[in-house]
Design a protein around this ligand. Structure first.
Ligand code: OAD
Length: 298
């Protein structure tokens, strides 16, 4: 297997050599780690006693919709309590600067949107926590919703001793009441079903329009020059497959990850880069020749 390059100079030289750059960023939870959100497979990958991925299924919702909503309501609350980091702002600026740039993000945390990433340059592969939709696909109702908590029953419990403190319900030692389905958000259109989070669960299709946008971009005859693989273990398909698809269209691969062992599917190839460290630091540095210094609003 080839050994990836690690020097920023050769990356900058390549970036500067591109006349009409066609670049993809494939992003994962590591992008938001330095904002303070846990990743999926790291030590923060559990919620109470549940593996986070086991709560992200239609089966889990059918079995205990209240528990699944408590998990997502908690994630909405946490996502709203942190801020986009310089890497989110750098990618948003790159999108404004380069019409040939597309960000394919697996993150549902809303931080790209809050960093003002242009909507047409952002493909949310796994949906977003801040859209809710009817459980019934036949009904088809969906809405954007940033209300926290979305219904009173999902308000975080108050500490008995200190009413100003909110206990961390991700800790299994904190008691959690069972929420009946009638107390969950209800569909205002069909009035027959609960609403569910607008995220893609395991076993579900990616949003059709997003898939079409991704396919159209990949199938453009202009090819792809570069794919940045940022803070993702790139194990979940179809996202993981986009690295190989970009390669087949001519792209060089640059991985930005805390863990140097997170090798892209298919392994390293000649001309790849591996930048080990925090995406919030490395991404703005790598993109500097195109976007200059990143401005993070105070
Ligand atoms: P993972 O938790 O699988 O991987 C996070 C990656 O980020 C790991 O490779 C870490 O080494 C890396 N990382 C952690 N902190 C970092 C930092 N500060 N800077 C750079 N890298 C860092 O998360 P994802 O790859 O996003 O799917 O997971 C992909 C999908 O699997 C998720 O969207 C979710 C999950 O199950 C669904 O919910 C459908």
């Amino acid at each position: 297997m080839a050994t990836p390059r690690t020097d920023t100079a050769s990356f900058h030289a390549y970036l500067s050599s591109l006349q009409y750059p066609r670049i993809i960023a494939l992003c994962g939870a590591g992008l938001s780690a330095s904002s303070g959100l846990p990743t999926f497979r790291g030590p923060g990958g559990y919620w109470r006693t549940h593996e986070a991925t086991s709560l992200a299924t239609p089966g889990a919702f059918l079995c205990d919709a209240g528990l699944v909503w408590q998990f997502y309501s908690y994630r909405r609350h946490m996502a709203l309590s942190v801020k986009p980091n310089p890497a989110h702002y750098a990618l948003a600026e790159l999108s404004r600067k380069l019409p040939g740039f597309q960000c394919f993000s697996q993150n549902v945390d809303g931080l790209h949107q809050r960093a003002d990433h242009p909507r047409e340059g952002l493909q949310l592969l796994h949906g977003t926590l801040f859209e809710v939709k009817c459980w019934s696909e036949n009904c088809g109702y969906r809405e954007e919703n940033f209300t926290d908590p979305i219904v009173p029953a999902l308000a975080l419990p108050v500490d008995g001793k200190d009413p100003t403190a909110t206990p961390d319900i991700s800790d299994p030692k904190v008691p959690l009441s069972r929420i009946p389905i009638e107390s969950l958000p209800q569909c205002p259109r069909c009035k027959r079903n609960a609403l569910r989070p607008g995220v893609v669960w395991f076993g579900e299709q990616l949003p059709m329009q997003v898939l079409r946008n991704v396919e159209n971009y990949l199938n453009d005859l202009a090819g792809v020059d570069l794919i940045l693989v940022i803070g993702t273990s790139a194990k979940v398909y179809p996202a993981a497959g986009y690295v190989q698809e970009a390669r087949q269209r001519g792209a060089k691969v640059a991985v930005i990850n805390m863990d140097a062992n997170d090798v892209p599917a298919g392994g390293w190839e000649d001309g790849d880069w591996m930048f080990k460290g925090d995406a919030a630091v490395i991404v703005p540095e790598l993109l500097k020749p195109v976007i200059g210094e990143v401005v993070v609003p105070s």
